[in-house]
Design a protein around this ligand. Structure first.
Ligand code: PMV
Length: 323
């Protein structure tokens, strides 16, 4: 009972922030993302009658406490679905920095959902697998189908999952991930989601989300960069406005984040196809086109505080690999 799977992280064009049901990770709004090729989590799961407990190693380091408990809790859900009671050994590795706004939990739980369900002998449809991944980390449901994906918020555990809106090759977009800090974030998204409701702006963000989702989907399907840029930036600013006005407030940006955002906006005003979005960390995802990539990457690398720029094109969904 062994399986290995890989999955890519994703960058949200329209964000998921806040839950209707925190235990089931049912979101307050739908969300929309691009899966990121090249960056990946590879996870091997083995269930065995000889294992006395669950064990979990991340990037070669044995995990304890919360990190192990989160994986073990997720495996409980898989065991429940498969009707088994065996413990598992999970080995997972990322080829990109963990926990700094590159959404490692998304690729982590998409890969774990696929590897664990396969190792447990479950054959799941893509929506069911996406819903399972969501139980580990909400945004993970969008890494299951791949390409450009929309998470339909749904009304229950079974119908809250992501679907592919367009395949990876639909549009030659590029995410230039501007790394300003590669450590772990201070407040993780699980705790952050719980604070969304404390912001007086949250209701307004939630009320406007359906319209922004339509705008984003139409901009993508029409390959209209300017339209996409406006809604992607607006949605990111809405999320950070909610974060900053929560109690206690969540402030993820550094002065270098602000500098990158300012330059991206300025360059777009000068006619360049660029826009920016930021997750729960200081790093900036600059969305651009294949044609503008080299120009933009060279300029971004020259800005203060930029440690590195990772490049990701639209990627595929989670898949099983033979070692
Ligand atoms: O899946 P989580 O619980 O790590 O939440 C992800 C939250 C954001 O990355 C900030 C937004 C998103 O939609 O990916």
């Amino acid at each position: 009972m062994i399986a290995t799977a890989i999955a890519h992280p994703n960058i949200a064009f329209i964000k998921y922030w806040g839950n209707r049901d925190a235990r089931l990770r049912l979101p307050l709004t739908g969300s929309f993302s691009m899966t990121l090729a090249g960056l990946e989590t590879r996870t091997r799961v083995q269930f065995d009658a000889d294992f006395p407990v669950d064990r979990f190693a991340l990037n070669g380091e044995e995990q304890q406490n919360e990190s192990l408990a989160r994986v073990s809790g997720f495996l409980d859900r898989v065991r429940e679905l498969a009707g088994i009671s065996l413990f598992a050994r999970v080995e997972s590795g990322n080829n990109f920095p963990t926990g700094a706004g590159v959404a490692s939990s998304a690729s982590a739980f998409a890969a774990l959902a696929l590897a664990a369900s396969s190792a447990a002998g479950l054959e799941m449809t893509e929506p069911a697998l996406s819903a399972l991944a969501r139980r580990g980390s909400g945004s993970a449901c969008r890494s299951v189908p791949g390409g450009f994906a929309e998470w339909l918020p749904g009304s229950s555990d079974a119908d809250s999952y992501a679907v592919q809106v367009a395949p990876p090759e639909y549009w030659d977009l590029v995410d230039l991930i501007v790394i300003l800090h590669s450590g772990h974030k201070a407040i993780g998204s699980t705790e952050g989601h719980a604070l969304a409701g404390t912001s007086p702006l949250n209701a307004l963000r939630v009320a406007g989300a359906p319209e922004r989702l339509i705008e984003c989907r139409q901009a993508l399907l029409g390959r209209d960069f300017e339209r996409l840029a406006r809604v992607v930036e607006a949605d990111s600013h809405w999320m950070h406005a909610v974060m900053r006005t929560s109690s206690p407030p969540l402030f993820y940006w550094t002065p270098d984040t602000e500098t990158v955002l300012w330059h991206v906006l300025t360059w777009r005003k000068q006619g360049r196809a660029l826009c920016a979005t930021v997750d729960a960390g200081p790093n900036v995802h600059v969305i651009t086109t294949g044609a503008e990539k080299d120009w933009a990457e060279a300029r971004l690398r020259a800005l203060p505080g930029v440690l590195d720029v990772l490049t990701a094109k639209p990627g595929g969904g989670a898949k099983i690999v033979r070692i």
